[in-house]
Design a protein around this ligand. Sequence first.
Ligand SMILES: O=C(O)C(=O)/C=C/C=C/O
Length: 485
Amino acid sequence: MKKVQHYINGQFIDSVSNEFFDNYNPATNELISKVALGREDEVNAAVQAAKNALTGEWGQMKLNDRIAMMYEIANEIDRRFDDFLEAEALDTGKPYSIARHIDIPRGAANFKVFADTMKAVADEAYQANTPDGKKMFNYSVRKPKGVIAVISPWNLPLLLMTWKVGPAMACGNSVVVKPSQVTPTTTSLLGEVMSKVGVPAGAYNVVQGKGSITGNLLTAHKDIDAITFTGETVTGEMIMKACSVGVRDVSLELGGKNPAIVFADCDMQKAVFETTRSCFSNSGQVCLGTERVYVQREIFDEFVAKLKESASKLKLGIQHDESSDMGPLVSATHRDKVLEYYKKAEAEGANVVLGGGVPKMSGNMKDGYWVEPTIWTGLPETATVVKEEVFGPCCHVSVFDTEEEVIKMANDTKYGLASTIFTENLTKAHRVASQIDSGIVWINSWFLRDLRTPFGGMKGSGIGREGGHHSLEFYTELKNVCIKM
Ligand SMILES: O=C(O)C(=O)/C=C/C=C/O
């Protein structure tokens, strides 16, 4: 049976306690590996290794050499593309067709973009007169923050882990990664990449385990200088509390209840295509995904019919079947949670336009964690599935009449991560975009990413922006030096 180990101080090791937990293929519920369960010994060893690295070869590495190493890591990820593809698909259940175009390419891209950033970033400097008629010169310098804890989620494991490890290491920090217990493997593969490239031991560490055990130990560890987390808002709040001890910085990309606003003057084909993607890609397990769709009355019936037709064409299938459009949910626990929401929607009076249950899967998929792509209409804005993040392949479609009304409805949420707007009137698009309370707005598109842009949520969707030079705000300490001339 395959083992997924910790990667600490450049070595793959089991837990001192020799404890393992089971990891399953979500598409078939087959046991695929035994994963080391990290406790105090492993967390302490990883943090110590990360701390030592800062004063050793890694911390003393020249910026140009570190930048070159970032590109080498990216190239090695590309060289091992198929290994990452197979591992990620097996852990998450997602089709190769998604992981091949989204998850794995971003593994390399997330190192390259921050190597580019470190090459191009300028330091601030000012000249000014002093009260005694002389001059002063001020300049700022950035230093790594230190040991960064990276707590990464299970929906886009490699993408979201490297979205944090890339900038953290490019800025000279060392990292301790705690991946989700249901998607451990690509963090371990990245350890193989680090060893192959010759990254100094301790710069990149992985402690496998469970959030309630390993994650809590890591976030509470006094030698962690900052924590970056992507995941549910309730966990984000707990991590933020842990960061208050020792006044440590935190970067949070949390949940969302993202609206799509479809005006009557939209390009219908584009609106249906992009909304199908944003609702059902990755089985709806994308924090940027759409779960609330608002359609202007004139085109409501047509849009709902076309969205239903588009979603009903999605093929649910096994990872390596190239014709699969959608996989299962990531775990039996998450599947049960989503099905509870499906039941709740019906109990609250939803009109089930499509899905609402469990699909009949054949062969070895019959025991997988499958749910049907689902579309509801007819619920009030106060309904549970209109208010709470389901994180599954489902959406509720509501009708609206005026621009003012839909902006109010779209903003009536505790979240503020992403939104999409469909209209061919770009004056209107920019006007509405400026009034939507979300960190990211896509117009006539979804999940188009320029990695230099500020990325993150407001309100209950998180704190901070990552992307390009914005990431340096979190991954470095900024120091000002003043000279009297
Ligand atoms: O595209 C990104 O950089 C990113 O962070 C995606 C997040 C998706 C969350 O589910």
